[in-house]
Write a protein that binds this ligand. Structure first.
Ligand code: NAP
Length: 179
């Protein structure tokens, strides 16, 4: 449950990302790899929850799927006017995104968990507020134009790790805050 400065939410805020050994997470608006098991992992983990993402990531998903993530409520961060279908909501700032996500969590999904699904600009802003981080470590050094920001690993402890061929599913939980 985040209590990081003004970014308050009663929900558990969980980051989810696939990141390569060289910190690359994106290329040309898409992921630089195709790992079907990771897509399944993302779908199963986030299903029936609100998912906060930046406008660029949202547009990439629209291009790939033709619609926002099915079965979830997408909260799109953007400064632009944007028409969205019923299962997507526009937020113009972080506070608005957290409020919209919390509303969707309680009213639509009956959960207290909210996911933060990138891209880099959104991870960067919300990392300090995350309670948990679910990482697919991709054991590769691909070319890319978007990198996961440096994060305060000392504030998290690894709680699970499942190694697979070429990647690992790893979960981190924030250590007790001392501030
Ligand atoms: N590997 C992974 O797990 C993963 C996950 C997600 C994304 N990605 C990749 O990352 C890349 C996209 O990341 P990105 O960093 O370029 O873009 P992004 O974070 O998806 O979107 C950036 C946009 O979000 C909006 N935004 C961000 N913070 C905001 C705020 N506080 N208030 C209002 N609007 C805000 C702005 O939209 P406006 O310009 O409309 O104002 C900004 O231009 C893609 O290649 C994607 O495939 C990878």
């Amino acid at each position: 449950m985040s209590d990081e400065h003004e970014l308050e939410t009663d929900c558990e805020l969980v980051g989810i990302v696939a990141v390569a050994d060289n910190d690359v997470i994106g290329k040309d608006g898409d992921m630089p790899w195709h790992i079907p098991a990771d897509l399944t992992h993302f779908k199963e983990t986030t299903m029936d929850h609100p998912v906060i993402m930046g406008r660029v990531t949202y547009e990439g998903i629209l291009e790939a799927l033709g619609e926002p993530l099915p079965g979830r409520t997408t909260i799109v961060l953007t400064s632009r006017p944007l028409e969205t279908p019923e299962n997507a909501v526009v937020a113009n700032d972080l506070e608005g995104a957290l409020e919209a996500a919390e509303r969707a969590a309680r009213k639509r999904h009956n959960t207290d968990r909210v996911f933060v699904a990138g891209g880099a600009t959104v991870y960067e802003q919300l990392l300090p507020a995350l309670d948990r981080l679910i990482v697919t470590e991709v054991h590769d050094d691909p070319d890319g134009d978007t990198r996961f920001p440096t994060w305060d690993r000392e504030s998290f402890r690894e709680v699970s790790r499942a190694e697979h061929d070429g990647f690992a599913f790893v979960e981190y939980a924030r250590r007790e805050r001392t501030d």
